[in-house]
Design a protein around this ligand. Structure first.
Ligand SMILES: [Mg+2]
Length: 120
């Protein structure tokens, strides 16, 4: 059975890209969210094995969502999706409990490597 992943990004094509990489590598995308508030809700509903979390999103950003999810479930496994120039936010996220981060534009190898490692 593939591990269950929740994909969070405000850009639909980004979610599609990650979903494509994951499903080709035997992961199951059990849900998607387009902002942080939705991510928190979907996390408690779906209890996925891992979350890929975009940083810049409307309503609630990825850092706030990470903190909220970790507050509810300290064992949550979350990988941040960052863009160039977001190092400070990535450090903030890692300190708040994010397992790792992947940088856009995504390279399939790096995405899978980070997720395999985070789940091992
Ligand atoms: Mg975004």
């Amino acid at each position: 059975m593939g591990k269950r992943i929740l994909v969070v990004d405000d850009a639909a094509f980004m979610r599609m890209m990650i979903k494509d990489i994951l499903t080709k590598n035997d992961y199951e995308v059990v849900g998607e969210a387009a902002d942080g508030a939705q991510a928190v809700e979907k996390y408690s509903e779906l209890k996925p094995d891992l979350v890929t979390m975009d940083i810049t999103m409307p309503e609630m950003d990825g850092i706030a969502a990470l903190k909220a999810i970790k507050g509810n479930d300290p064992s949550a496994t979350i990988i941040m999706c960052s863009a160039m120039g977001q190092q400070a936010m990535v450090i903030d996220a890692i300190q708040a409990g994010a397992k790792d981060f992947i940088v856009k534009p995504f390279q399939a190898d790096r995405v899978i490597e980070a997720i395999d490692k985070a789940l091992s």
